[in-house]
Design a protein. Structure first.
Length: 183
């Protein structure tokens, strides 16, 4: 290996599609220069996850009011032959809210993990975050379109902004495209 290649920084190696030098025990990891839009994007992903979880906690706190609202709608628009059992409705609402909370918590953890990896310059982490953002938008538009959940709307907006920041032309060198050779 020539001296010029041995003196490269990890950022320069990543631009050439190479992995950073391995870190040996006792060595300090090299400092990665994170572009400002990527750093802002990282914190927006974290904030989006926190807002998503906070929204589900708010729904859990308002569980009784939500259950009463559903029971009221069932009483006003009864389905012939299907009586509304308040205990079953309450159990169903409780189960749904806890499942949504688990989903929100999972999304928040995944957002944090992959945003951290993207901040380090991992291109595949950016791709995973893109898929997660698309999934979140589809859930909002297709499944929960009648709901005006402010927390979900804010979280989706934060995710959209974070995603745009990760695809700006000024940060493309931070996510190098690794060349592949066919056998």
């Amino acid at each position: 290996m020539s001296d010029s290649k041995a003196d490269e920084t990890d950022d320069e190696r990543r631009k050439r599609g190479m992995s950073p030098d391995p870190i040996l025990p006792g060595q300090e990891p090299p400092k990665i220069t994170v572009p400002k839009p990527v750093a802002i994007s990282f914190w927006l992903w974290i904030l989006a996850g926190v807002v998503l979880v906070a929204g589900q906690i708010a729904l859990l706190v308002l569980k009784d009011e939500l259950t009463e609202g559903i029971l009221k709608q069932i009483r006003e628009n009864p389905v012939p032959g299907q009586p509304a059992d308040p205990a079953q409705v309450a159990s169903g609402v409780n189960t749904l809210l806890w499942m949504l909370f688990g989903g929100a918590l999972t999304f928040a953890v995944l957002f944090a993990l992959f945003a951290y990896k993207a901040r380090e310059g991992t291109r595949s982490a950016r791709t995973v975050l893109t898929v997660g953002a698309v999934f979140l938008v589809l859930v909002e538009l297709l499944i929960l379109r009648g709901s005006l959940n402010v927390f979900l709307l804010v979280s989706t907006l934060l995710v959209a902004i974070a995603l745009v920041l990760m695809y700006l032309p000024s940060v493309s060198d931070h996510f190098p495209k690794v060349g592949r050779t066919l056998p």
